[in-house]
Design a protein around this ligand. Structure first.
Ligand code: PLP
Length: 389
């Protein structure tokens, strides 16, 4: 059978994730130090795991409300109010999802008609463009550069807006660059969204992982006039080291949550109850462990940026997340060649910048959510590799 002709054209058109392809090469190789997959090296704090175990012990093995446990939605609304300074009604404006991944998918499906354009900044997380295509939208990347700190500049956004633009999709701190947007840039983006009547999707998954205490995180949802046109997406995977729990949430005005909930209800039904119980514990008592993990990432970031610059790979100091994005153009290799040769010759795995969009070419993503000693050894090996070029 010609299976290709049976696959929906929008699905057939999307590429496989460049990260996964690359990491299939690493599978089963014990000698490799991975600065690759963007996943905390910490095990979920014990008290959070215990809450999941206790949930099972109590026999809580059922579906929950489609929106998620009301007790969790109340905890989320309180946390979001305290951290982002935006108030949401837990009964109607919060939806618990299976990771931020599901929240991205159902937000786009709830908003887009075929042919609607979504503007996002690139390099970006690998799922954005495919998720837009799967929702029958048209991805419109705005290319960011090292020179503008990989932030989305309002003038570039303005130039990308057309009558078909429906959504602006942002993610600060950014995967893969660690970039943070200044308040001024966010205000410029907000002004354009209001002027052109656009919905803003903000993926806040790294917002706790910011390292400059004098420059605290601001969500675009908190800017004047923005709550009513913003969908705030957040989750537990990164800051609370809970990737395997598969839990996230969306906060938005009630009609948008209602539309997203319809898709969620028919596709996922609800997020797993034990993960929801663990998430309540994370929000209510997880701050200390989260800060400890953040402090550890902070030290590793400083070390890695210093070493890469010493090696001669120009690396900006990223304000957040747990990635650095050094410029490897001076080596004359493409990002894929650099990553493949580094893996073959020195057994260090990093992700080619091109996996995050064409504008990532010439860069490498190194994740520092990896043991300090491994980072030290990896940088020594990178130094040896670059020295040979
Ligand atoms: N958004 C960004 C920017 C990410 O980097 C990731 C995971 O790497 C996700 C969303 C997916 O998160 P989750 O585990 O909550 O589905």
């Amino acid at each position: 059978m010609d299976y290709q002709s049976k696959i929906a054209t929008n699905v057939a058109s999307i590429p496989r994730s460049g990260i996964r392809d690359f990491f299939e090469l690493v599978q089963g190789r014990d000698d490799v130090i991975s600065l690759g997959v963007g996943e905390p090296d910490f095990v979920t704090p014990w008290h959070i795991r215990e809450a999941a175990i206790y949930s099972l012990e109590k026999g809580q093995t059922t579906y929950t409300s489609n929106l998620g446990l009301l007790s969790l939605r109340k905890s989320i609304a309180k946390y979001v109010g305290d951290f982002f300074h935006v108030e949401y009604n837990p009964a109607t404006e919060v939806l618990v999802t299976v990771g931020v991944s599901e929240a991205i998918d159902i937000a786009l499906r709830a908003l887009l008609n075929p042919g609607d354009e979504v503007i996002y900044h690139e390099p970006c997380y690998v799922s954005y463009s495919p998720s837009i295509v799967m929702a029958h939208g048209v991805p419109v990347p705005v290319l960011t550069t090292k020179e503008d700190g990989f932030s989305m500049k309002p003038e570039k956004l303005a130039a990308a807006i057309t009558p078909k633009t429906r959504v602006v999709f942002i993610n600060f701190p950014t995967n893969p660059t660690g970039a943070c947007a200044s308040r001024e840039d966010l205000e410029g983006i907000a002004k354009l969204a209001i002027e052109h009547d656009l919905i803003v999707l903000t993926d806040e998954i790294y917002s706790e992982l910011r390292y400059d205490e004098t420059d605290p995180h601001v969500s675009i949802a908190a800017l004047p006039g923005m709550k009513e046109r913003t969908i705030l997406l957040h989750g537990f995977s990164k800051a609370f080291a809970m990737t395997g729990f598969r839990l996230g949430y969306a906060c938005a005005p009630q009609p948008i949550i209602e539309a997203m909930m319809k898709i969620h209800q028919y596709s996922m039904l609800c997020a797993p109850i034990m993960s929801q119980n663990a998430a309540i514990e994370a929000l209510e008592n997880g701050q200390a462990a989260m800060i400890e993990m953040r402090n550890s990432y902070h030290q590793r970031r400083d070390f890695l940026v210093k070493r890469l610059n010493e090696i001669g790979l120009d690396c900006h100091l990223p304000g957040g997340a747990f990635y650095v994005f050094p410029d490897i153009r001076c080596t004359g290799l493409t990002s894929k060649e650099f990553a493949m040769q580094l893996l073959e010759q020195e057994s260090v795995a990093c992700v080619p910048g091109s996996a995050f969009g064409a504008s990532g070419e010439g860069f490498l993503r190194c994740c520092y959510a990896t043991a300090f000693d491994d980072i030290r050894t990896a940088t020594d090996r990178i130094e040896r590799f670059v020295g040979r070029l």
